[in-house]
Design a protein around this ligand. Structure first.
Ligand code: ARG
Length: 601
């Protein structure tokens, strides 16, 4: 029976679920539906920690005043050791504070668990995260940066839950930009064997260009393509020939991919973003002919003004959803076509339970049409595979317009990273002149990355935000560096303590004594909720919010409690274990959003 069960109820159930279980049982014992016992974190932490509003709903069901119902339940709970305080508040709220020894028990369990109490998914899913989305040979733009940062966090969070998560960069490697580059190379170096239609290989292994060449060639070709209709036609022709399999163009294309991917990998590595698959639009092409035939044969696809389309408008739509375009009137494959074929490929290779796509929210309509078409034509069984689109907002500059580099051009990731880490370097050097050059470099890299990623991820993905180097690199406030600083602070407390007392072996976290201690315990006990929220809502910002809350609770506690000067060895040991646990939870959390702390700062 609950009344004499004083140990933590279930291994590592979330605290709020443990409370709900106890309160539900009390409802039942008092003669009411246990479903009324659902509890939540209080939105008035000044009054209580947790609350239950079930008596209000029970009033209608049982024709009793809510206060009376609540009181009966509270009577049952009055001997429950899980609570420090349980009380009824008019009109019928049940307010609870958790018993201090119960909280301590919970933290000691978290401490002994590698995962700090986060359960592994009971039914692990296979999830593909389609993110990054860079286009071969075109410069990365801000949208790609956000896709990489948010997608990486979503991937890591799902993986931590125990799901099989496959990250795919889904390169744009099949579009007109390829034909444009081929055309430009042909103008510049017509003598190369790739352009000799009579030559059948083998082609040179070495690419006839470097990444810097490509970076100059693409904008040049794309500019000419816009200005000169004949050039544009040549580029389109080259694209069509490449797609039809012309050997010289295929060989050249492979060079472009190799050179470009090597450079992209370098950039993504710097961001600590890693893909399991480097597939691209080109990989889906072989699936297109059979898919198109089937859509036609089964009557889903029909000709409209010469184009092959599938209607995806649905009853109840409040806006017009144009048909999904499968083939243009000239037979050209569309963005939708490739995404549909990619779904077929992914189904065959991985049988995913879910595919999550991350792009700028301006692509939303594309995904609505693609998903509808995939479900309608039976490429995907709605009950088996969930297609999810996460559209994110724009990263703006201080002027409120989409972020541009100093030169006014599109984003060069290296420059962005450099600006931020330079700012961190300067600040750290000024703040702590004793740091060595190597330490400063590590800080600049790690804290710089934290500044960028946290600056992004602390916002709801769908919102636009302003990229502001000064604000993002501030050591105070809701910033990556503040979180890093908190972690480094704990590391330094721990190393000072163990330097002073190398033999100390603290054994247990004791029940909290002060309000700030209790707040910190409660913040730790919310870790599982934060992870679950971030996962179920695809919202790394939830985890960032938690990281910030926990850091604040730690710093508030530390301001009031001098760990190093504490005379009571047991209490001191308890605090050491407490801050150790905070560090462990923070380390897990920041790793899930994609960065890590240096040892010093
Ligand atoms: N390459 C695309 C772009 O730059 C993004 C690809 C997103 N993924 C997808 N399956 N469509 O906009």
């Amino acid at each position: 029976m609950i009344l004499n069960e004083s140990a933590v109820r279930h291994d590592m159930e979330k605290l709020v679920d443990q409370i709900t279980a106890v309160v539900s049982e009390a409802f039942e014992i008092a003669g009411f539906d246990p479903a009324l016992g659902k509890c939540a974190q209080s939105n008035r932490p000044d009054l209580c920690q947790y609350q239950c509003n079930g008596a209000m709903a029970g009033a209608k069901l049982y024709h009793q005043p809510p206060f009376q119902i609540a009181q009966k339940v509270v009577d049952v709970l009055s001997a429950e050791p899980m609570f420090e305080k349980v009380e009824t508040v008019r009109p019928g709220f049940i307010n609870m504070d958790v018993a201090l020894d119960y909280l301590a028990g919970l933290l000691n369990e978290m401490r002994e668990d590698d995962r700090c109490g986060v359960p592994v998914a009971e039914h692990p899913l296979t999830i593909i995260v389609d993110y990054g989305g860079a286009n071969v040979a075109k410069p990365l733009h801000v949208g790609h940066l956000r896709s990489a940062i948010i997608g990486e966090a979503i991937k890591r969070i799902a993986r931590f839950q125990g799901h099989t998560v496959i990250g795919d960069v889904h390169l744009g490697d099949w579009g007109l930009q390829m034909g444009q580059i081929i055309t430009e190379l042909r103008c510049r170096r017509p003598e190369l064997p790739y352009f000799d239609a009579g030559y059948s290989g083998p082609y040179p292994e070495e690419a006839p260009f470097t990444i810097s060449d490509l970076e100059e060639i693409y904008p040049c070709a794309s500019g000419k393509s816009k200005a000169d209709p004949a050039y544009k036609e040549a580029a389109q022709q080259a694209t069509a020939e490449l797609q039809a399999g012309r050997p010289g163009y295929r060989a050249l294309w492979q060079h472009i991919i190799n050179v470009s991917v090597a450079d992209l990998k370098k950039n993504y590595d710097k961001l600590d973003v890693h893909f399991d698959l480097w597939k691209g639009e080109s990989d889906a092409q072989p699936y297109i002919p059979a898919m198109v035939e089937r859509m036609k044969a089964e009557g889903y696809a029909y000709l409209s003004d010469g184009a092959l389309v599938v209607d995806v408008q649905e009853e109840g739509d409040t806006r017009e959803i144009p048909p999904c375009m499968i083939l243009k009137s000239d037979g050209a494959v569309q963005y939708e076509t490739t995404d549909l074929a990619t779904i077929i490929q992914r189904q065959q290779d991985y049988h995913p339970d879910r595919i999550i796509y991350l792009t700028d929210k301006r692509q939303e309509l594309h995904f609505v049409r693609t998903f509808r078409c995939a479900y309608k034509t039976g490429l995907v069984d709605k009950d088996k595979t969930e297609l999810t689109f996460i559209g994110f907002g724009t990263m703006n500059g201080k002027d409120g317009k989409p972020f541009k580099t100093r030169e006014g051009g599109v984003l060069r990731l290296e420059y962005l990273l450099k600006d931020v880490s330079d700012a961190v370097y300067a600040k750290s050097k000024a703040a702590n002149p004793s740091l060595t050059e190597a330490e400063l470099q590590e800080i600049a890299d790690k804290v710089g990355l934290a500044a960028i990623k946290y600056g992004d991820l602390s916002n709801q993905p769908s919102k636009d935000y302003v990229f502001d180097v000064d604000r993002f690199t501030a050591f105070e406030g809701n910033t990556g560096p503040y979180i890093m600083y908190t972690m480094v602070r704990i590391k330094s407390i721990l190393s000072r303590f163990f330097a002073e007392k190398p033999d100390a072996e603290p054994t247990a976290i004791l029940p909290p004594e002060s309000r700030k201690e209790t707040d910190l315990y409660l913040a730790l006990a919310r870790f599982q909720d934060a992870i679950e929220d971030a996962y179920t809502q695809n919202a790394p910002n939830r985890l960032c919010h938690y990281i910030y809350e926990l850091s604040n609770a730690l710093n508030a506690f530390y301001a009031d409690h001098n760990i190093m000067k504490e005379q009571d060895a047991q209490r001191q040991g308890s605090w050491i274990l407490l801050v150790q646990l905070v560090l462990k939870v923070l380390e897990l959390s920041v790793d899930l959003v994609g960065f890590s702390a240096p040892d010093k700062m």
